[in-house]
Ligand binder design. Sequence first.
Ligand code: PMP
Length: 405
Amino acid sequence: MNVDIQKIREDFPILSRTVYGKPLVYFDNGATTQKPRLVVDALVDEYYSVNANVHRGVHYLSQQATELHEASRETVRQFINARSTNEVVFTRGTTESINLLVSSFGDEFMEEGDEVIVSVMEHHSNIVPWQLLAARKGIAIKVIPMNDRGELLLDEYEKLFSERTKIVSVVHVSNVLGTVNPVKEMIATAHAHGVPCLIDAAQSIPHMKVDVQELDADFLVFSAHKIYGPTGVGVLYGKEEWLDRLPPYQGGGEMIQHVSFEKTTFNELPFKFEAGTPDYIGTTGLAKALDYVNGHGIEQIAAHEHELTTYALQRLKEIPHMRIFGEAAERGAVISFLVGDIHHFDLGTLLDRLGIAVRTGHHCAQPLMQRLGIEGTVRASFAMYNTKSEIDTLVAGIERVSKMF
Ligand code: PMP
């Protein structure tokens, strides 16, 4: 991987730009990744040479666009090792995937007093939809606590189950702490209690092998834009036996079999959940991004990012008054930190002036911030194209800013 890194960087045109006259160091990959040229080219090519609405036309272009769209579904199926493309629903992203699941699952399987188990380190997108359901239906939300290293307490998790537990919904990799949760074990625990489990894979899918059959996940969600693909596209994976039993989310074209004012019947999987014109150009982009990742090998990418993270942790800890949040034994390519009493926003703003893009704030995880007793952090998150020398730039930048305070 190291040998190819410069070549990889050449695939991402944005990486050669400057910011405030400084070479860009892009460490906000947890928010969104940059796009390789071949992904953007695929979008442009399809608009210029194929564009037509999918699933609807007898004409040549429509059929070609449909073939591309459905081939992308097959690429996703292979990437996550789903049993069938019926289990791959295209959405607008992780957030929409979770809202879809909460709405459909909540309508069908949850009553007042029923319970969902989530963890203290969830992104707002895996908290607020459940709260909206709680307001509508009176369900209760149970929260798995964590230790000070940022590891979920599995004994406490076990104790949260009751006869009212209907589903578990947990994040695979924390977008703040970098913790890799033992989701395979947690899914097995849920199954032992007879309930399904939703995995938020937004921060795991770009960085590690995610195999839905190996995990035995019932539902798993992610966004294309965090794995080098375009914005506006995401995936809800669901086991066919579950998706079959869930009611549709939105109504409209494409998700129906037959409509009359007396009675409407719904389309088969996965189209039952895909009302309206899908982002068929975006799904092509997602497939290209997954091909790109496959071309380099997710294991090699993971190894490279692991090396970067280890190096970054070691170098950051050399900085006086450095506080790192998240010291889990299993961790991903995300590091959250604060330095002395420098406000995260000030640190982020001054780093930006040096051309270094990091995230600041609560990272859409305010309950986790409350647990940590802070308002926000600075977050550096890495991708396949980052280098150790960029980490040196970050460390030098933080040292420079520290001296100003
Ligand atoms: N879950 C996690 C863990 C995330 O990091 C994010 C994005 N920050 C989301 C969900 C939401 O993803 P999106 O905004 O693409 O819907």
